[in-house]
Structure formats: C-alpha cells, structure tokens
Design a protein around this ligand. Structure first.
Ligand code: NAD
Length: 240
C-alpha cells in the first residue's frame, strides 16, 4: 500500500485493516506518521516499509520487505503520487523538464515497477489497484505531466489486466475527482474551491474513505470481472 501515511492512502490502509487484512504501510519520509498509523490499526501483523517510489531499487527492496513481513502479497495498491504546478507558458524549460521527470517517475514508472516486483510474490487471486485521477480524462492545464501520468496509469492497468489474467491476477483502477487531502487543501481553501465543490450536485468534494471503499472492492475476490476497468469516482461531477 504505497503512500499510506496520510490522505487517501491512509484511509485505504485503515479500511483494509478494518476488514481484517494485514497491511504494509509504505511511506517515503514520514516514518513517525506511518508508525503511529500502524500502532492504531486494528489487528496484528501490520508493518511499515520505506521507499522513494521513483527509485527502482528502493521499490524492489520495499516490495521484498513487505512480502517477507506479511508472508506474501495478495494486493498491491499503487497510491503514492505527486502533483507539481508547471503551466507551460509560465515555467522555465528546466522547470518543465524537472516536473515531467519527477511526475512520471513517481506516478507512472514507480507504479509499474511496484507491479513488476509485487506479481513475483502473488498467486492466483492476486490484485493490483492503481489510484489514477480525473486528470487522466479531463486535462490538467497547470499540471500536464500529472494528467499524462494518470492517463498512462489507466493504460498500464489495462495492459496488465490482460497480461495477468492467465495468472488469476486482476488489475483495477480508481480515478477520483477532487478529494480533500493535503494534496488539494490549498486549492480547496482558495476561492477556486467553491467552483470545485459546485461541480458536484452534492455540493462537496470526495472523502478519502469513499475512495478507500472502491479500492477495497477492486481488491476483493468479487472483482475479477472488473479487471481492466477504470472507475470514475466524483459524485456525479462533470455530468451537467
Ligand atoms: P497526499 O499528498 O496526501 O498523498 C500522496 C502520498 O504519496 C504521500 O503519502 C506522499 O508521501 C507519497 N509520495 C509522493 N511522492 C512519493 C515518492 N516519490 N515516493 C514515495 N511516496 C511518495 O495526497 P492524496 O490526495 O492522498 O493522493 C493519493 C493519490 O490519490 C495520489 O496518487 C493522487 O494523485 C491521487 N488523487 C488524489 C486526488 C485528490 O483530489 N486528493 C484526486 C485524484 C487522485
């Protein structure tokens, strides 16, 4: 479970633990938060692992450590992700390069590498769930690398769904609209936040637990037939 110390990842870790699963709580630089989460989760046997998911060797080590601590891996959730502002007309060429490299290495290549490593510890019934974004479909004018990385993640999920079906492994993707987390806090507090909330007929943005519920479904035995699907989760935003 990558990026598990806060936000959507934390809610997913809590939901798995509440369902009786053991969780490898991944973090990059928030050991304290991750340890506190582990201590507060129901059930035993949870573990904390660390990696910069943009670094292939760290990803390999993290997955191997998780598999050893848990006695195998049933589910990989690729949730860690970054968003950088880099509007094309405003940033320097160097800033543009940096944003593309860091975003793709984290959101897309990191997820692909974690999948490569995790399937080697999975048997039939294994599940991979990727956390994509509305930005994959609707464009991200201030963060084009983010939108492209998430569109790539959707395509990765479809390709892996085909490749892994003969091994009994299903691959699902959730694509949330705005969810209230550290990633979006500032945006949602700014005057633009009202417009975001008004996009949904519910007049609000998503809650991390609502994304976690869909991730848990995609991780369940019932979700084999959902393999390859990308589930939009946005409270009917964008329909009007
Ligand atoms: P968040 O910033 O709270 O969580 C992101 C997590 O990823 C953090 O724990 C961070 O430490 C981790 N992370 C980032 N770069 C990393 C790296 N190189 N190595 C290891 N870990 C790294 O934000 P969130 O909203 O909880 O985001 C979780 C996922 O949901 C992300 O993939 C994000 O793109 C996606 N998402 C969020 C929203 C939203 O509105 N909040 C909407 C759609 C999709």
């Amino acid at each position: 479970m990558t990026g598990a110390s806060r936000g959507i990842g934390r809610a997913v870790a809590e939901a798995f633990a509440a369902a009786g699963d053991r969780v490898a709580i991944h973090h990059r630089d928030s050991r304290e938060l991750a340890e506190r989460l582990r201590a507060g989760l129901p059930g035993d046997g949870h573990t904390v692992v660390r990696a910069d998911v943009a670094d292939p060797e760290q990803v390999r080590r993290m997955v191997d450590e998780a598999a050893e601590a848990l006695g195998g891996i049933d589910v990989l959730v690729n949730n860690a992700g970054v968003f950088f502002d880099h509007p094309i007309t405003e940033v320097s060429y160097q800033e543009w390069q940096d944003a593309w490299r860091r975003t793709l290495d984290t959101n897309l290549v990191g997820a692909a590498n974690a999948a490569w490593c995790a399937v080697r510890h999975m048997g039939p019934g294994g599940r991979i769930v990727n956390v994509s974004s509305r930005g994959a479909f609707r464009g991200e004018p201030d963060g084009p690398a983010y939108g492209a990385s998430k569109a790539g993640l959707n395509a990765l999920g479809q390709s892996l769904a085909i490749a892994l079906a003969p091994h009994g492994i299903a691959v699902g993707t959730v694509a949330p609209g705005f969810v209230e987390t550290d990633m979006t806090n500032e945006h949602l507090k700014s005057p633009r936040g009202d417009a975001v909330r008004a996009q949904s007929p519910f007049g609000r943005v998503g809650r991390p637990e609502e994304i976690a519920a869909a991730v848990l479904y995609l991780a369940s035995p019932a979700a084999e037939w959902t393999s390859g699907a990308v589930i939009d989760l946005n409270g009917a935003s964008y329909l009007r």
